[in-house]
Design a protein around this ligand. Sequence first.
Ligand SMILES: Nc1ncnc2c1ncn2[C@@H]1O[C@H](COP(=O)(O)OP(=O)(O)O)[C@@H](O)[C@H]1O
Ligand SMILES: [Mg+2]
Length: 340
Amino acid sequence: MTKLIEIKNLRVHFDVDEGTAKAVDGVSFDIGENRVLGVIGESGCGKSVTAHSILRIVPSPPARMAGGQILFHPRSNGGVQAPPVDLLTLDPKGEDIRKIRGKEIGMIFQEPMTSFGPLHTIGDQIMETIITHDRTSKAEARTRTIELLRRVGIPNPEKRVDDYPHKFSGGMRQRAMIAMALSCSPRLLIADEPTTAIDVTVQAQILELLRELKEATGMAILLITHNLAVVSELADEIVVMYMGRVMERAPAEELFNNPLHPYTIGLLHSIPVLDGPVVRLEQIKGSVPSPCALPDGCVFHPRCDKCRQGVCDGQEVPELKEISPGHWVSCFPQPGGRGL
Ligand SMILES: Nc1ncnc2c1ncn2[C@@H]1O[C@H](COP(=O)(O)OP(=O)(O)O)[C@@H](O)[C@H]1O
Ligand SMILES: [Mg+2]
């Protein structure tokens, strides 16, 4: 598998009134070309901050990139593979990261209204990204925009291209945002809770669309969600995050069949179905702590039904260890436990 992006020990801290919020505190994972990596975890555990760090759009201050590397492997140029670029070393306002945003890495957000301004038509906004990145003529950008809108399933794109965002339904705006993200054929698409704000039938259609686009374009997808049913539809591999750390990581089927971390097991027990009610993690007691006051030892220990006093609540943080090929867990060994 050819690696596209490697996140190594990423740490992003926010200096806030209450102290230092360790939103991301030692996250590592990589994504191969044309692979879908799902990142799951409760709200507030650092999923979006991780995604925004890749694009360098975390507001700083209050954020501090406190450590790590984000290695992005550029397109090979005539068969010659250039060395990877550490995105964390780039100036967040500079030319280099701007070339990567959109062109190499596209992003779709939970709420499409935030990516389209209300004052310009959907078409003008997509055309602008095409013209900026590819320096095409206006006429060519318009043709490409109409094609993209057709491709993401917007009916009558020749007309809809001139509509303002408020004329689009939630699902159609989501499709238009995907069209915008695809406009420069990115090699990685970051989809942050792409189906959370839309109704259930449309959710299934958007997932199907992402799957088709992945097959057709060969792009990789970083799919962030708190909804396990969503990742189970699409992901090749899954990373489970809790309080800025990776608790477990495994190929999707392995994670569902053989979850090892008590947090993952809790999440799986609370699996919401696509047409089910709002996610409620009733299987996991308590609630997420403040990122300014993370528990010692394993961050999950106060909520863990397998917690062992003197081990899990000590000073030592459990390492992320590979217990079978591709299956990584960050949990202290349980006596007689499941292979940990
Ligand atoms: N702009 C910000 N200012 C201060 N703290 C922030 C900011 N954005 C995120 N955080 C901190 O980072 C934590 C993780 O946020 P986020 O990545 O959005 O969680 P998730 O996407 O997993 O729900 C939050 O709980 C908060 O403490
Ligand atoms: Mg988020």
